[in-house]
Design a protein around this ligand. Structure first.
Ligand code: NDP
Length: 472
């Protein structure tokens, strides 16, 4: 029998996605540039082997799939995707669908749509989140492309996706680059979530002097409350694990320099392009970059030392505030991420469905949480709200957590503990909710040096200042 779908690229994600597809009853053809990897894959397919056709060449691969063919490309993002598309193009026929499921920059996806226009081939840019485990047992799937193309692959994609209370975490989000854009914002939010968890861990470790197992217990307790999420769960898990060699908590041995593959940075770049602040995501990306400058940080500590520690409150009071501060910080990060998507949706004419986006993030992906179910409900109830913070449910959360966030940020600053993402959340709220800002002074400066003009409260139109002197 011919395969119903094909997967190119049998790395971590592609191999698991192919097994997931076979597991759901579909016959899948697979191909990988390096043939030994294809052979290893075929050998590891076990009881799913009769639903897998392993191909040594692209020609064989294309011939093994029943037309019109859906072909998932799951290779390293960037040039390899263009190379694969170029290699496939002469072999495929009209109406075949190429699905790029890697972490593409959505601007590359937009370009690929344009490049393939008129070729007879259909293209889909698909964001996939959930890592190895998600790919194997159910990821969150964010689809961009023609709606008709989505309809053709919807059965298989919903079958392999994660389920939240029975609902598939796969959806069509809009034309062309919509799926990869949403995936980029997902990753930006993921950076912010992880950074704020790390900041809170830092306060417990360096301010309260707690050891890893005690901190693990705090995160475990939080995982049954409003912070209930995959990232809080795995934080509790990793903090519990001891190194087999030294028997010390493994986190105390891991070097404090974070890696990044660039998707968080893209989220920040796109937020800047839209002119929509995503300060918590920016802070998180910057924190990873600063973390990587270990030698410089070491020298600076030698030069400046650490600030003297202030008297601290009773531990449990701080811990209770930390839980609420983390929740407040999350509200800021998600409000910002969704605001960037709202602006991009208008800019690229996507009509991104915000409630649906929150819904397909509730399971399968790295940021999955109870919180996202609340966001989905908030956007369903108030679909046109300008900012998540202005929905009744989230306004209430902000009121209940704002004091804690302020106390944690101020105490951390006084004690020299870096909390850049949490601090950005406070400043974001304080700027967002204050009608009378300070940009009047900036407008005066701009007019003084560049004659850019300003508006007046007491008169219509553009005005210039009576600056006199050389500006006059
Ligand atoms: P791996 O490093 O495990 O595998 C990379 C795959 O890309 C291999 O199949 C490799 O083939 C192939 N490849 C690399 N360069 C080329 C090329 N020039 N031509 C053809 N094939 C090439 O990567 P992952 O599976 O982790 O990632 C795949 C994609 O999924 C990436 O875009 C990644 O960002 C994305 N992603 C990854 C997640 C994760 O948690 N790992 C989560 C979500 C998305 P070969 O064997 O011949 O080297």
């Amino acid at each position: 029998a011919k395969a119903e779908i094909g997967v190119i690229g049998l790395g971590v994600m592609g191999a698991n996605l192919a097994l997931n597809i076979a597991d759901n009853g579909y016959h899948v053809a697979v191909y990988n540039r390096t043939t030994s990897r294809t052979d290893e894959f075929a050998a590891s397919a076990g009881e799913l082997a009769d639903r897998v056709t392993a191909c040594a060449t692209l020609e064989e691969f294309v011939a093994a799939i029943k037309p019109p063919r859906p072909v998932i490309i799951m290779v390293k993002a960037g040039a390899p995707v263009d190379e694969q598309i170029a290699a496939l193009q002469p072999l495929l026929e009209a109406n075949d669908i190429i699905i790029d499921a890697g972490n593409a920059n959505f601007r590359d996806t937009m370009r690929r749509f344009t490049d393939l226009e008129g070729s007879g081939l259909t293209f889909i840019g698909m964001g996939v989140s959930g890592g190895e485990e998600g790919a194997r047992h159910g990821p969150s799937i964010m689809v961009g492309g023609a709606e008709a193309a989505w309809k053709r692959v919807e059965p298989v994609l919903t079958a392999i996706s994660a389920k939240y209370e029975g609902e598939a975490c796969a959806a069509w989000l809009g034309e062309n680059g919509a799926g990869h854009f949403v995936k980029t914002i997902h990753n930006g939010i993921e950076y912010a979530d992880m950074q704020m968890i790390a900041e809170v861990y830092g306060v417990m470790r360096d301010h309260l002097g707690m050891d890893a197992p005690s901190i693990a217990a705090v995160f475990s307790a939080w995982s049954t409350g409003p912070l209930d999420s995959y990232l809080i769960d795995i934080t509790a898990e990793v903090l519990k694990v001891s190194d087999v060699v030294s028997n010390r908590p493994i986190v105390d041995i891991i070097v404090d320099a974070a890696g990044q593959k660039g998707t968080g940075r893209w989220a920040v770049i796109e937020s800047q392009m839209m002119g929509v602040p995503a300060t918590a995501i920016e802070a998180a990306v910057a924190a990873r970059s600063l973390s990587a400058m270990r030698a410089e940080r070491k020298n600076a500590q030698v030069r400046f030392g650490l600030p003297p520690q202030q008297a601290r409150r009773e531990g449990q009071q701080v811990i209770d505030d930390l839980e609420k501060a983390l929740l407040a910080g999350k509200v800021a990060a998600y409000a910002q991420g969704f605001a960037v998507m709202t602006a991009a949706s208008a800019e690229f004419d996507w009509k991104l469905p915000m409630a649906t986006t929150a819904r397909i993030w509730r399971a399968g992906c790295i940021i999955r949480s109870r919180f996202l179910d609340e966001i989905a409900t908030a956007f369903t109830d108030t679909p046109d709200v300008a900012n998540l913070a202005m929905t009744p449910a989230f306004s209430k959360i902000i009121e209940e957590t704002d004091g804690s966030l302020r106390r944690i940020v101020s105490e951390s600053v006084l004690n020299g503990l870096p909390v850049p993402a949490l601090a950005s959340a406070v400043s974001y709220f304080d700027t967002y909710r204050r009608e009378r800002g300070t940009a009047n002074l900036i407008q005066a400066q701009r007019d003084f040096f560049g004659a850019h003009g300003f508006e007046r409260f007491d008169a219509d139109g553009a005005h210039h200042g009576p600056w006199g002197g050389e500006q006059g």
